[in-house]
Design a protein around this ligand. Structure first.
Ligand code: EPU
Length: 430
C-alpha cells in the first residue's frame, strides 16, 4: 500500500509551476474524437485521470504520442469502436465525456456508467435529457448507457440545475449536429470556456461559453488544431492554501489570476496576502487567520473543489466559521480525518461548523477523495508531528508531481510503499 508521510511544521517558500487543468483536460481529450484531423494538445497534465482518458482513447483505436513532456499528438480519425467498457469507465467520472463525443461524431455510443470520487449521489439525468432533446434514443443496458440517433438535430435545452458535466457533454454532442442548439442555465466554469475554445479552434461555431446561454450551430467538418489547455485553478488554489497554512511565501506560476478571483477574495478575507501579476500570484501571511463563512456555488461562486481545503485553513483560524456545501450531498467525509488531527468540526447535512483550534497535530488519516486528500496534505504540512495519508491514489488522479512540487517548496513529504507485515499474512492464513 502506498502512503504519503509528512513531517509538518515547515514554512513553504519558493516557486511552484501549475500544470494544465484536470477538469479541462479530461473533457478536451475525448473532444479530439470529434476532429476530422489529428490534433496536438499542449499543457496536458501528467495525472492518472489523464492516463485513463488516453487508455480509453487507445482502446477505441486512436493513436497517442507524447511529443514533449506535456505536449501530445492525438489521431482519433480512424476509431474502431464506439464502446467504453466498465473496467475503464469506472476509473474516472469524466468517462461520461466519451458519450457526448462518440455520439456527436458517430451518432452512436455505448459507455459504462462513470466512476470517480464519491461525493454523494451523482446522477447524469441532465446529460441524457440534453441528448434526447437533440434526437437521441437512450437506454440503460446492464450498466452500459446506449445512445443512438439517425440525426442530431439542434434544439433548445434548459438544465434543471447548473451542471458542468452536462453543459460540456451537450456541446460535444451538438457541435456536429444539424442546426442550432441553445443551452440555457449553462455552467460557466473556466473549463467550459476552454472546451468551447478548443472546439472553435477546430472550426466549431459555439458562442456564449462562460455565460449562462450557450449557442451551438452545428458544422460538418472539424479540422485539426494545436491547443494549449488552461492552467488548473484548483491546483493553484491548493498551493495558495498550502502556502497560507504553513505561514509561507510562495510564488505560484502559470496561472490565470482572473480564474482565481473568488478564491483570492476569500483568502484575503481570512487574512492571507495575495499579490496578482500577469500569470502568477504570490501568497504570504503575516497574521492570524480570521473566521469566515463560505457557501459553495457554481462559477463564479466559491468552488466546491476548494471546500475541503478552505475548511482545513479555517481550522487554523480564530473563532467559528461556517461552511455550506451547496453542490454535492456528501462532501464532508474528510471531517472525521481532520478531527483525528485535532480539528473541532461538526457537520449537519450540508453545513459544517468549524471551531478554529489554531494548531493541528499529525495523525494517520485516510484520503476519502481527491480534494479531501489534498486538504489532508495541507493539514499535514501545517500540523506538528507526522501525518500518514492512506488511499493516495485519489490524490494522484488530479495533482501532477505533488511530492516534487512540495519538496521544492521545502516540505518534508515522501511517498512510501508498504508491504503487508508477515505476521498479518500468517494471521489471515490461519
Ligand atoms: N447533477 C445532477 N444531474 C446531472 C448532472 C449533475 O443532478 O445530470 C448534479 C450533481 O449531482 C451535483 C451538481 O449537479 O450535485 C453539479 O454537478 P456537475 O455536473 O456540475 O459536476 P460534475 O460534472 O459531476 C465536475 C467536476 C468536479 C467538480 C464539479 C463542480 C469533472 C470531471 N468533475 O463534476 O470536479 O466538483 O464539476 O464544479 O470535471 C474534482 O475535480 O475533484 C471534482 C469533483
Amino acid at each position: 500500500m502506498e502512503k504519503f508521510i509528512i513531517k509538518g511544521g515547515r514554512r513553504l517558500t519558493g516557486e511552484v509551476e501549475i500544470s494544465g487543468a484536470k477538469n479541462a483536460a479530461v473533457a478536451i481529450i475525448p473532444a479530439v474524437i470529434l476532429s476530422d484531423e489529428p490534433c496536438i494538445l499542449e499543457n496536458v497534465p501528467k495525472i492518472s485521470d489523464v492516463d485513463v482518458a488516453f487508455k480509453i482513447l487507445a482502446e477505441l483505436g486512436a493513436s497517442i504520442e507524447y511529443l514533449e513532456n506535456s505536449t501530445v499528438r492525438i489521431d482519433a480519425t480512424n476509431l474502431i469502436s464506439t464502446v467504453v467498457p466498465y473496467d475503464l469507465a469506472k476509473l474516472m467520472r469524466a468517462s461520461y465525456y466519451f458519450l457526448g463525443s462518440l455520439f456527436g461524431k458517430y451518432r452512436t455510443a455505448r459507455v459504462s456508467m462513470p466512476g470517480g470520487c464519491y461525493l454523494g449521489d451523482r446522477p447524469i439525468d441532465q446529460h441524457l435529457k440534453a441528448f434526447v432533446s437533440i434526437g437521441a434514443v437512450t437506454a440503460l443496458d446492464h450498466g452500459m448507457i446506449d445512445i443512438t440517433a439517425d440525426e442530431i438535430k439542434g434544439a433548445p435545452i434548459f438544465f434543471d440545475l447548473v451542471t458542468v458535466g452536462a453543459t460540456i457533454n451537450t456541446m460535444l454532442a451538438a457541435v456536429k449536429g444539424n442546426g442550432l442548439t441553445v443551452i440555457e442555465n449553462a455552467a460557466k466554469e473556466p473549463q467550459i470556456v476552454d472546451v468551447a475554445n478548443f472546439l472553435n479552434s477546430m472550426g466549431a461555431d459555439i458562442m456564449g461559453a462562460g455565460t449562462d446561454v450557450i449557442k451551438i450551430r452545428g458544422v460538418k467538418y472539424l479540422r485539426g488544431s494545436t491547443y494549449s489547455i488552461i492552467p488548473d485553478q484548483i491546483e493553484a488554489g491548493t498551493y495558495m492554501v498550502a502556502a497560507a497554512a504553513t505561514g509561507g511565501n510562495v510564488l505560484i506560476k502559470n496561472v490565470i489570476p482572473k480564474h482565481l478571483e473568488t478564491i483570492t477574495n476569500r483568502l484575503e478575507k481570512i487574512g492571507v496576502n495575495i499579490e496578482s501579476f500577469d500569470d502568477s500570484i504570490r501568497v504570504t501571511t503575516d497574521g492570524p487567520f480570521i473566521k469566515t463563512n463560505i457557501r459553495t456555488a457554481p462559477h463564479p461562486g466559491f468552488p466546491t473543489d476548494m471546500q475541503p481545503l478552505i475548511a482545513t485553513l479555517l481550522c487554523l483560524a480564530e473563532g467559528t466559521s461556517i461552511i455550506t456545501e451547496d453542490i454535492f450531498d456528501d462532501r464532508f467525509r474528510y471531517v472525521d480525518e481532520l478531527r483525528r488531527m485535532g480539528a473541532e468540526i461538526s457537520v449537519d447535512g450540508k453545513v459544517a461548523v468549524i471551531d478554529g483550534v489554531g494548531k493541528l497535530m499529525g495523525a494517520p488519516v485516510n484520503a476519502p477523495d481527491l480534494r479531501a486528500g489534498a486538504a489532508l496534505i495541507v493539514a499535514g504540512l501545517a500540523a506538528s508531528g507526522v501525518t500518514e495519508i492512506d488511499s493516495i491514489s485519489h490524490i494522484e488522479r488530479g495533482y501532477q508531481n505533488i511530492i516534487e512540487k512540495l519538496h521544492r517548496l521545502g516540505a518534508d513529504i515522501e511517498k512510501i510503499t508498504e508491504t503487508a507485515a508477515p505476521e498479518q499474512t500468517v494471521a489471515k492464513a490461519g
